[in-house]
Design a protein. Structure first.
Length: 369
């Protein structure tokens, strides 16, 4: 059985509490011989600053680079608000994204039937929802040059942002979307605004060409980004994988996340380039939420976003698709039984703690493996 190397960066605030629940599950799977995980732990964010005066140490960067997947909880908090800019907690996260060239951001929106009433939409629209937004993360208008504000000298100023995409950037994000679709329901919706943007024209062209050459077996459709925003709240269950640029992806993934309820439920992944020699893809898995300093250390945090991020690592880095399905089924099972942490309590009689939720998910998983 191959060894799966996991580099865990608990970070700050509720980070250590929620990552402990993932380690519980990984250790169980290793002990039972179901899958083998080798866990190393490092420091990032405020935790790294307190220990070494940096946002992440060179040693931890090297260990992160050697791992098959990096699992990061969250960084930051009021304690570090005044530390120097280049060693602020977020710098650790940015360094990981930049050094490992993590250009594909994956944000699933899964609506567990038991929580469908917590959605901003009607239950029938979201019950059983399972879509994945693949957002280009390192290009587009957030990084394109020129990017400036010019003083026109007549009391007016002019602000310029530039959307730039090269063929290779579109092709590599498209390839990830098609590959992921093959592991899901085999459908990709590509989104841009080719009606008003040149980058949209090229985006569409490159995706169509890539589809023809490498992924003719995957269903491909195109939707303009504004129309897609509408469809996301009108009939979200029509989607499997959505692939789009940095700007549209930023907005659409935030819209999609609210179809499913609490911040404590949302996992994410960021994937980078494949290593030319090993074919291994760098990957960072993290919950969408932050370090939640308001509830840190109280056992109140919902570990599901973090456990779900581990589930994504099983699926996308370790090729353990069946196990990932079982873990998701275990989460659904716990929710079906009415078990809730405080953030998703709703009308439940009482809330359970972080570790009780982790234990309950582990028990459900045990019954399935
Ligand atoms: P946050 O996501 O940490 O918290 C927002 C609200 O949601 C809080 O009331 C919190 O208690 C609640 N919440 C978040 N995760 C939860 C969970 N797993 N279970 C139950 N409740 C949960 O965002 P906020 O408060 O804006 O930021 C707090 C700190 O986290 C800041 O220092 C911020 O910079 C940092 N942050 C870090 C991120 C990262 O590392 N990727 C992302 C967002 C914020
Ligand atoms: Mg955003």
């Amino acid at each position: 059985m191959s060894v799966n190397k996991l580099f865990v960066l608990p970070g700050d605030g509720i980070g250590p509490e929620v990552t402990a629940e993932v380690e519980k599950i990984a250790n169980f799977l290793t002990k039972e011989g179901i899958a083998r995980f080798e866990i190393e732990r490092g420091l990032v964010g405020g935790a790294a600053y307190d220990a070494h005066g940096v946002a992440i140490s060179e040693d931890d960067m090297a260990r992160a680079g050697a791992a098959d997947a990096i699992l990061l909880a969250a960084v930051g908090g009021p304690k570090w608000d005044k530390v120097p800019y280049d060693v602020r907690p977020e710098a650790g996260l940015l360094r990981l994204r930049k050094d490992f060239n993590l250009y594909a951001n994956l944000r699933p929106a899964i609506c567990y039937p038991a929580l469908a009433d917590a959605s901003s939409l009607k239950r029938e629209l979201v019950d059983g929802l399972d879509l994945l937004i693949v957002r280009e993360l390192t290009g587009g208008v957030y990084f394109g040059e020129p990017k400036q504000i010019i003083d026109l000298g007549n009391g007016q100023k002019r602000a310029i942002d530039t959307q730039v995409y090269d063929t290779y950037e579109i092709e590599r994000i498209g390839r990830i979307a098609f590959e992921l679709a093959r592991k899901r329901r085999n459908k990709v919706t590509s989104s841009e605004k080719h009606n008003v943007m040149k980058s949209g024209v090229l985006w569409r062209e490159v995706i169509i060409d890539l589809h023809k050459r490498e992924f003719p077996d995957v269903e491909l459709e195109h939707q303009l980004a504004d129309a897609l925003g509408m469809q996301l709240v009108r009939r979200p269950k029509q989607f499997d994988v959505i692939v789009t640029d940095n700007l549209f992806g930023d907005m659409l993934s935030d819209v999609a996340s609210m179809l499913t309820g609490s911040l404590g439920m949302l996992p994410s992944a960021s994937l980078g380039a494949e290593d030319a020699k090993t074919g291994h893809r760098k990957a960072l898995y993290e919950p969408v939420h932050g370090s939640a300093p308001d509830i840190a250390g109280k056992g109140l945090a919902n570990p599901i976003a973090m456990i779900g991020s581990f589930g994504m690592a099983l699926r996308y880095s370790f090729g353990l698709t069946e196990l990932a399905d079982k873990l998701e089924a275990a989460i659904a099972g716990v929710l079906d039984k009415g078990l809730r942490t405080a953030d998703i309590k709703g009308n439940a009689p009482k809330a359970i703690s972080t570790s009780e939720m982790g234990d309950a998910i582990l028990a459900e998983l045990k019954a399935r493996v």
